[in-house]
Ligand binder design. Sequence first.
Ligand code: SF4
Length: 225
Amino acid sequence: MQKRNYQTELEELIEQLQSEGRRPTLLVHACCGPCNTKVLSSLSEAFKVTVLFYNPNIHPKPEYEKRRDTQADFIVAFNDKNGTDIEFVEGKYDPRRFFQATKGLEKEPEKGKRCEVCYELRLQEAKKFADEIGCEYYTTSLTVSPYKNTEAVNTIGDTLDESQNGSQSQFLHSDFKKKNGFRESIALAKEYDLYRQNYCGCIYSYTSRFGGMGKLAIPSENKHE
Ligand code: SF4
């Protein structure tokens, strides 16, 4: 079966909206500032964007705060430079939810089953928040990175839309890494002088990259047997 080209689908939708003279509301789930540079420069003209930073996977808390602040500061700088009107909202930092959802999947490799649960957790929250504030569409910056499973991200979005009858928001497909998108995100992160993390986010991605927990031991309130 031929693979879907999610980025082409997105570009076609944007063309259609622009031909109709529409600029709908869009909730963008941001995994981090550097990835979201590419997303906001691609979408802020065609949509009225609100960014949600909801990432209970990020460990430890100071790292979470650093990534959150990087995202918030970038939006201020981006709006100043481009005259855009992007809003920023921080979701709840609830790492216990991440640890509970990924129980039993600690040893999975990156792009494996644990990551699918992690994507779903964040997309669920994005959709819920998009509905709460009345956004027509929602999406995520997760497809910028080549380290993420793009097919899984888009499939999860579709499944959430199909399973939630009362919901009004619709998932916006994407594959932002296409057409040099990932490279562009790195260039933009340098241009805006953003902090660029060197592990995906959770404690398991840290230990698999650096080979030990070091100072990152899981706080007792988040531990599970
Ligand atoms: S490796 Fe990244 S995507 Fe996978 S579970 Fe950890 S934080 Fe989530």
